[in-house]
Design a protein around this ligand. Structure first.
Ligand SMILES: Cc1ncc(C[n+]2csc(CCOP(=O)(O)OP(=O)(O)O)c2C)c(N)n1
Ligand code: SF4
Length: 248
């Protein structure tokens, strides 16, 4: 009988670590996709990641590449500095929606507007995960969080920001796409998008951003399967998957 390999630990996943993320959290899947892309492109020794605040703050414990921590929301600015002094390196940020779309909104807009040659992995789980589930700029209308316990109300809190669509209006960024890790069929496409976002940088192109719709069962108050179902039924209609901008 021939052997079929169903699982292999990515080379760029740090040896001997196991995940600290909650059961059903999308961060672990997204980390793996980033590692697989780095492996397949053979860039493990040439890559520098920039870590966010939020649940992925210690992503450097998982990734066996060079890494740098950034203050709240400033990952695109730190990545800009790294890429400027080391243009030979592949520089990427990994940021949640609290980090990127709230505190760091200015940094991401300006990095995108400069067409900065970096790769951004943006995890949209519609809430601040790490700090106990505050409302994020991406929280949906009616969604309950600790800071909007009756549900987000547009007349008080404004509307959820569609970051990818907003950035795609700028002339400079090259590749902007939204994917999800909610089901295996979507995860395969997410992997292709993440790999392409790194490949763009290898080829010396400009700014690439992959928004990943992800789950936070803990702060959504759901079981893992229910959380992925909610992502599909509630998040995806407001945040449609697709490519909003491409270099080609
Ligand atoms: C008003 C406010 N400013 C700053 C912080 C500090 N802070 C710590 S983690 C974090 C972001 C967490 O959310 P997100 O980036 O969505 O990542 P997640 O934990 O969901 O992966 C913030 C904003 C805070 N909790 N509240
Ligand atoms: S709090 Fe949410 S985002 Fe953070 S690890 Fe748990 S499920 Fe993931």
């Amino acid at each position: 009988m021939s052997e079929v390999k169903v699982y292999e630990r990515p080379k760029s996943w740090m040896p001997n670590v196991s995940s600290h993320y909650c059961p059903g959290c999308g961060h672990g899947i997204a980390h793996r996709l980033v590692c697989e892309a780095i492996d397949e492109l053979g860039i493990q020794n040439d890559t520098i990641g920039v870590a966010p605040v939020g649940c992925a703050a210690m992503i450097y414990d998982y990734m066996d590449t060079d890494y740098c921590e950034a203050p709240h929301g400033r990952a695109p600015a730190v990545a800009t500095g790294l890429k400027t002094v080391r243009p030979d390196k592949i520089v990427y940020t990994y940021q949640g929606d609290g980090d990127l779309a709230s505190i760091g909104m200015a940094e991401i807009i300006h990095a995108a507007n400069r067409g900065q040659s970096i790769t951004v992995i943006f995890i949209n789980n519609a809430i601040y995960g790490m700090t106990g589930g505050q409302m994020a700029p991406t929280t949906l209308i009616g969604q309950k969080t600790t800071t909007c316990p009756l549900g987000r109300d547009a007349s008080v809190n404004g509307y959820p920001l569609r970051v990818s669509e907003m950035l795609a209006t700028l002339p400079a960024p090259g590749f902007i796409t939204r994917v999800t890790v909610a089901q295996p069929k979507y995860t395969l496409k997410a992997k292709q998008a993440i790999k392409k976002a790194f490949q763009n940088q290898v080829e010396g192109k400009g700014f690439s951003l992959v928004e990943v719709l992800s789950s936070c069962p803990t702060n959504w108050g759901m079981r893992p399967v229910e959380a992925f179902d909610w992502l599909l039924s509630s998040m995806m209609p407001y945040y449609p998957l697709g490519v909003f901008k491409d270099f080609d």
